[in-house]
Design a protein around this ligand. Structure first.
Ligand code: F58
Length: 842
């Protein structure tokens, strides 16, 4: 408006030169060449695949920014309730292919690139993954952002911009070695630095009390050291919509560039120390999966992130000029696990200390705003922080936590007088020496909804770790939201051939927005031509994986063999150890067979992949054992290619996109009750791979959807696990003979120096076999036999594969997000295009 007043003709110019919406081939090519010459300072004479990737990425980025701006403007216009997803991890993977597909540009830009002398495949392959996450939890956050954007929800993600993402894994003599993942080495076209969005975050200092004009005692926190949080925005485009949402990642930066006092005293090192410490906060992603490490820096990361995010959220709310009591009507905040729990305390602090609200009024706003998702039941993963550390870093927050606990325990006591044990069990403070703050307790008390991530898991947390909270708060507060995955990345992008075949059969791409439409594929299960094409797609995906394996490991595998895959973080509860033990068992059987018997068996390629946390000794030994077994088996010509074992190094999102479409069988074999949900199980089945799994996590619901005939389930049930653990101590000698034979084989030195594996084997013998490998080994082997038998009937197998895909509608992250939106957040979609058109007509 100001510009129009000053120069009435200016707006016409702005209109004329607005970023062109043109998505045709020529517009792409002109933009590509412009970026090569202006952005990259290169020319046709010195451009390689990497520069071609950069030029393509920048062209797409221009389009994304346009949508991003339009979306933010439309939201500002309507002023809707927004949802904020706070996650310490967003495991996005690559962005270019995804953006091209979601924006509908893949074809025209693909042709455009080819005309200019490049192959789109090679161009896409230049991108490094954004690997700001460990595993399931971080990838779930990325799938949820895709669904939020696709379903037109006004949503924001908030996280940290780590300089180093999850480490790169390489193998040295079969052992894992870790290398830093410096993903920002080259420019990152997928982020928009917002150097003007800067927030000061304080640590330390002290609290003093004063009496305000109304005679009320108030607290002020002062004297802390400031560190700056700088915003970097990552646009997330929806599929088949103009909606483009934002993930805001914070990067830490020193407030003052230099400590002049030290510098003038000639202490240069001290002068830069503060600067380095500030930058350290967002330097590195902690590489643990399902395990708490109580590092002070980790706690600083958590507070830095939630304080910056809340300041940003409150600032945006205040622009609406609504009364502060309307906050929960405008803002829903989802806590992805307990990592952002300090946000509850920070909002209470802002409302009471800064806005001057009464405690109870503030607390109602806080609890109406937050909801909390739990992702694990494992005790070693539960976050707790020592009170002395919190007191020193965040003195005011520690006082507030004590007050929250006091008022909470008073209300418990009122309802259940004389139950001191109940008070101790529910308390947010663990009364040990030193005391600890139990973050899950704080998250439950400060939220209006708590959810688990699959039915079994949600029921288990209600009856075990959170049982007392259910008794106090009632059932309604505790819900289930079964996880989901985005079909855009995990079928359309990762498996283009299958996606094309499905689209051809169904007549359109509507299934990508309504996955239940896949049901229509069931009509064709007995159509020989369709089955043949379905099998051919699987075959070509297996050939693609075989090529990748050859390139990465040098191992040649036969792509007509059964591909049996277990890829996920390496953890004792996930039982990769049990898998490799069964491989040894298989190998020994094959060796004993006559050539004729061998000819009748189903050849297998057993594929592993996954990272072990750098400090997780037993998990690292599992990787070594897999590689040692692979060395022996793959060299043994006597078994005539009936078995190969492969460990694919550096498993990550983009590698998963090659692996997932290529499975015949994938394994999800956690001890019952330990895997909260699992999400790779969904990805494999959606791509027509069958699963071999335990009665755990989302396997159970997948089984319900796809039916008995299409899944191989085995093992003890969750309700037996506790008793079996107790029984164990007495019965080492009765170990399953097949298991014992395999352990003997390792100990005999058949797979290299057996001394290396002693601590691993001890987990089953001297240890208590906590994850019950001995109890499940027999039924596991029987299930494996059933897989072999079933695979012999190729026609039946093809039918199972089709039915798997056809029945996976439930596991779209769109379904999950709609459930969150309707029964937790109370937010509505805002169709950006409609808002803009409406605005134009005004
Ligand atoms: C995973 N948790 C669950 N945590 O293990 C898996 O069953 C579930 O499907 C998935 O969440 C999504 O709900 C998980 O990945 C982590 O990686 C945390 C990272 C930060 C430290 C603690 C573990």
């Amino acid at each position: 408006k100001e510009i129009a007043k000053w120069n009435p003709k200016a707006l016409d110019l702005w209109e004329k030169f607005a970023v062109p919406e043109n998505d045709d081939k020529e517009s792409f090519q002109s933009s590509f060449v412009r970026h090569v010459t202006s952005t990259l300072a290169r020319s046709v004479y010195n451009i390689d695949n990497f520069s071609a990737y950069q030029a393509t990425a920048h062209t797409v980025r221009d389009r994304l920014i346009k949508r991003w701006n339009d979306t933010q403007q439309a939201h500002a216009e309507v002023g809707p309730k927004r949802v904020y997803y706070l996650s310490l991890e967003f495991l996005l993977g690559r962005s270019l292919d995804n953006a091209l597909l979601n924006l509908g540009l893949k074809e025209s830009y693909g042709e455009g690139v080819e005309d200019l002398g490049f192959r789109m495949e090679d161009v896409l392959d230049q991108e490094v993954d954004a690997a700001l996450g460990n595993g399931g939890l971080g990838r779930l956050a990325a799938c949820y952002m895709d669904s939020l954007a696709t379903l037109d929800y006004p949503a924001w993600g908030y996280g940290l911009r780590y300089t180093y993402g999850i480490f790169q894994q390489r193998l040295n003599d079969g052992f894992q070695v870790e290398f830093p993942d410096y993903w920002l080495n080259f420019d990152n076209p997928w982020e928009l630095p917002r150097l003007d969005v800067v927030i000061d975050i304080y640590f330390g200092g002290s609290v003093s009390k004063y009496t305000d004009n109304n005679g009320r005692v108030r607290a002020i926190w002062e004297g802390g050291e400031p560190i700056q949080a700088v915003a970097y925005d990552v646009p997330i485009p929806g599929y088949g919509t103009k909606n483009c949402i934002n993930i805001r990642l914070w990067s830490s930066k020193p407030k003052r560039k230099f400590d002049l006092k030290h510098f003038n005293e000639g202490q240069y090192e001290k002068a830069v120390q503060a600067q380095m410490e500030a930058e350290n906060i967002t330097a590195v992603l902690y590489p643990n999966d399902n395990h708490m490490v109580g590092k002070e820096l980790r706690l600083k990361q958590q507070y830095f992130w939630v304080a910056a995010s809340l300041a940003d959220i409150v600032r945006r709310f205040k622009k609406s000029e609504k009364p502060i009591s309307d906050f929960p009507k405008q803002v829903a905040i989802q806590l992805n696990d307990t990592h952002p729990t300090l946000a509850i305390v920070e909002l209470q602090r802002i409302l009471v200390d800064v806005e001057g609200l009464e405690w109870d009024d503030a607390w109602d706003i806080v609890t109406d705003t937050f909801a909390f998702t739990n992702h694990t039941i494992l005790p070693e993963a539960m976050e707790k922080w020592p009170v002395p550390v919190l007191t020193y870093l965040l003195p005011r927050h520690m006082q507030i936590i004590f007050d929250i606990n006091l008022f909470f325990l008073q209300s418990v006591e009122k309802k259940y007088p004389d139950d001191r044990d109940l008070l101790a069990r529910l308390s947010i403070i663990e009364e040990s020496s030193p005391q600890f703050v139990r973050m899950a307790h704080l998250a439950i008390v400060g939220s209006h909804r708590v959810n688990g991530v699959a039915e079994l898991h949600s029921n288990l947390i209600k009856t075990t770790i959170f049982k007392d909270f259910v008794k106090f708060f009632g059932q309604e507060k505790f819900q289930n939201k079964t996880n989901g995955i985005t079909p855009r990345r995990w079928l359309h992008q990762a498996n283009p051939k299958l996606s094309d075949l499905i689209t051809e059969k169904l007549g359109n791409k509507d299934w990508l927005k309504d996955l239940f439409k896949l049901k229509q594929l069931e009509k064709y299960v007995d159509d020989p031509d369709f089955k043949k094409r379905w099998v051919a797609v699987k075959g070509s995906n297996k050939a693609r994986l075989a090529d990748y394996i050859k390139k990465q490991t040098g191992i040649s595998v036969n792509s007509n063999a059964l591909f049996d895959i277990q890829v996920k973080r390496i953890h004792e509860y996930k039982r990769q150890f049990m898998n490799i033990l069964s491989v040894i068992h298989r190998y020994n059987l094959l060796k004993k067979m006559t050539p004729k018997q061998r000819k009748e068996t189903v050849p297998r390629v057993v594929i592993f992949g996954g990272k072990a946390a750098p400090g997780y000794y037993i998990a690292k030994l599992v990787i070594k054992l897999i590689n040692s077994v692979a060395d022996v088996v793959n060299k043994d010509l006597s078994i005539e290619d009936t078995l190969k074992v492969v460990f694919i190094p550096d498993y990550n999102v983009s590698v998963a996109e090659i692996i997932v479409p290529a499975s015949d069988i994938s394994q999800h074999i956690s001890t019952a009750g330990t895997e909260a949900s699992g999400t790779s199980n969904m990805k494999f089945v959606l791509n027509g791979g069958l699963i071999l799994g335990t009665v755990d996590g989302a396997n159970i619901e997948i089984h319900e959807e796809i039916g008995d005939e299409n899944i191989f389930m085995f093992g003890n049930l969750a309700d037996k696990v506790e008793d079996l653990r107790h029984a164990h101590r007495y019965r080492n000698k009765q170990m399953d003979p097949a298991l014992k034979a395999v352990l003997d084989d390792i100990e005999s030195g058949h797979f290299g120096d057996p001394r290396i594996f002693v601590p691993l084997i001890n987990t089953l013998t001297i240890g208590k076999d906590y994850y019950l490998l001995s109890d499940d080994f027999g039924s596991y082997l029987r299930a494996q036999d059933m897989v072999d038998e079933a695979y012999k009937d190729k026609d039946e197998w093809a039918k199972k594969s089709i039915l798997c895909t056809a029945r996976m509608g439930k596991f779209s992250s769109d379904r999950a997000i709609k459930e969150y939106a309707e029964s937790i957040w109370n937010v509505e979609p805002i169709p950006v295009e409609e808002v803009r058109e409406h605005k134009l007509h005004e």
